[in-house]
Design a binder for this molecule. Structure first.
Ligand code: NAD
Length: 502
């Protein structure tokens, strides 16, 4: 167990500046208090937005590759502090240390991606229908970006947004989850140190707004912020989307998932089982991409359920525990409320369940103020409407199917559309699945969770439609301008052949 105070002081030397009584931050490992912080007052949020607007005026004119150099140096800082930052991630959100390291690695990876991108922010040159005209697309910095993040990826999702936004020329305002503000302060500290060595005011380019949904809402409402990138529950997305739309702002929404894996008769179970286990019990089921449903062909469902339930029992018996211990695979839930939500979901499905493995509280004697659970696997006889909600916990349903069409219909029947997978060795099934899965992510022989940063990440339907991270997601952080230039000496022609002779 690391010395918590020493870790906090080394990563956030100015922590005392943020102390107050508004936010009580507890470690899900044992429920003990890590710090009490002060939330930003409305006037302070207003001031921070003003500072971001001011920073934009100079940052947008810094050449993009130079902006990339700042992000490159920030990535170097992250490399240097990877282990301590990963430990703080684990301490504050409870994911196992291996995944804490993975989260910081994801930040490093997106910094590298953004550095390359800073030399590739190019638009098209488009054939003009008129002689001696050139038509082109210019991609220009957008303005301050609000980044609202969820507790379960307390730092990686911020970096997906901020690394791209910064190279695109946009300052960032980060409202982290009220459950994980310390990791945000630690990243901010590293960023400010990097920026000051680089010779810019980091405090204008990236700022943390501390608070709850109330402070988040202030960013959402403010017309000085052209882009609100919000990650969290569908409920949060439903609350903020109309507000951003009413002021003609842009919302980039990364909301809840209800992800499924279809396991076909041809599936290689040696490939399928580890993918299902990582997707369903990894991160204690607290990933937006966690596997919530396994839709298995009737011919293999008995065998699959027997294998999975054996693994669940084994994990429940020996792999649930302190996430800082290297032998732990399943850490705690974020808090007691998450535990209660999981229990409510289990009770709701119980009348329909053919068999339930796990689901009860674990380690209650050792950690009375924390919420550890034995991962829960529920076997069902048919699909059920009660599976529409995302339960943010290690709770997975196994549902049988007879035809692939039926499997895809069950798969697509939920309101969310984030991640999906099929386990098959049949090319036709794989291609049909990719065509008809209604999700933003559709994997073959890979589970639903654990995306790489190179692809665009996000989902459809109630998941919100946003795309972040790789591919051309950077376009969300810039404004597109179409520009036509006439360079001839003759009288310029009008488009569509219109004549307008005066
Ligand atoms: P949450 O919705 O409770 O909170 C997320 C953030 O939104 C927090 O910072 C919170 O303070 C803020 N917020 C809440 N109400 C707000 C409002 N009215 N205005 C502005 N801000 C507001 O989510 P959570 O419990 O922290 O995270 C879990 C959820 O996040 C799950 O549903 C999960 O699937 C989702 N998630 C999605 C992705 C994705 O990329 N699709 C990634 C991670 C998590």
């Amino acid at each position: 167990m690391p010395d918590r105070d020493a870790l906090l002081t080394s990563l956030i030397p100015d922590l005392d500046r943020h102390r107050g009584d508004d936010l009580v931050v507890r470690s899900p490992i044992d429920g003990k208090e890590l710090a009490r912080l002060r939330a930003d007052r409305p006037s302070e949020v207003d001031e921070k937005i003003g500072r971001a607007v001011f920073a934009f005026r100079t940052w947008r004119d810094v050449p993009a590759p130079r902006r990339g150099e700042l992000v490159r140096r920030f990535g170097e800082q992250l490399r240097k502090h990877k282990e301590s930052l990963a430990t703080l991630v684990t301490l504050e959100c409870g994911k196992i240390i291996e995944e804490g390291r993975g989260e910081v690695q994801e930040m490093i990876d997106i910094c590298d991606f953004a550095v390359g991108l800073s030399r590739q922010l190019y638009g098209l040159t488009i054939a003009s229908e008129r002689p001696n005209h050139v038509m082109q697309e210019n991609w220009l910095p957008l303005g301050p970006v609000a980044i609202i993040s969820a507790f379960n990826f307390p730092v990686a999702v911020w970096s997906w947004n901020s690394a791209l936004a910064l190279v695109c020329g946009d300052p960032c305002l980060w409202k982290p989850s009220e459950k994980t503000p310390l990791t945000a302060l630690a990243c901010q500290r590293l960023f400010e140190d990097t920026a000051s060595e680089f010779g810019v005011d980091g405090n204008g380019l990236s700022q943390v707004v501390l608070g709850t949904g109330e402070q988040g809402a202030m960013l959402v409402q403010d017309p000085r912020i052209p882009l609100v990138s919000a990650t969290g529950s569908c409920r949060m997305g439903q609350a903020i989307a109309p507000i951003v739309a009413a002021r003609f702002g842009r919302a980039l929404l990364e909301l809840g998932g209800n992800n499924a894996i279809i396991v076909t008769p041809s599936a290689d179970l040696d490939v399928a089982v580890p993918s299902i286990l990582f997707g369903s019990v990894g991160t204690a089921g607290q990933r937006c991409t966690s596997t919530r449903r396994v839709i298995a062909h009737r011919s293999i469902v008995d065998r699959l359920f027997a294998t999975l339930s054996g693994a669940y029992r084994q994990i429940g018996a020996s792999k649930v525990g302190d996430p800082l211990s290297p032998s732990t695979l399943v850490g705690p839930l974020i808090d007691q409320a998450a535990y209660e939500m999981m229990q409510t979901a289990i009770e709701r499905i119980r009348p329909e369940a053919l068999e339930i493995v796990g689901g009860d509280r674990a380690l209650a004697d050792t950690y009375p103020d924390a919420a550890y659970v034995h991962p829960c696997l529920v076997r069902l006889g048919a699909n059920s409407k009660t599976l529409d909600d995302e339960t943010f916990a290690p709770l997975t349903y196994v549902i049988p199917y007879d035809t692939l069409e039926e499997a895809i219909e069950i798969h697509n029947s939920v309101p969310q559309g984030l991640s999906s997978a099929i386990m098959t060795t049949d090319l036709r099934e794989a291609e049909a699945f990719k065509r008809y899965s209604d999700c933003g992510i559709a994997n073959v022989n890979i589970g639903t969770s654990g995306a790489e940063i190179g692809g665009a990440f996000g989902g459809e339907k109630e998941t919100g439609g946003g795309r972040e991270s790789g591919s051309d997601s950077w376009k969300a952080y810039m404004r597109r301008q179409t520009s036509t230039t006439f360079f001839g000496r003759e009288k310029p022609a009008l488009a569509q052949g219109i004549t307008f002779d005066v």
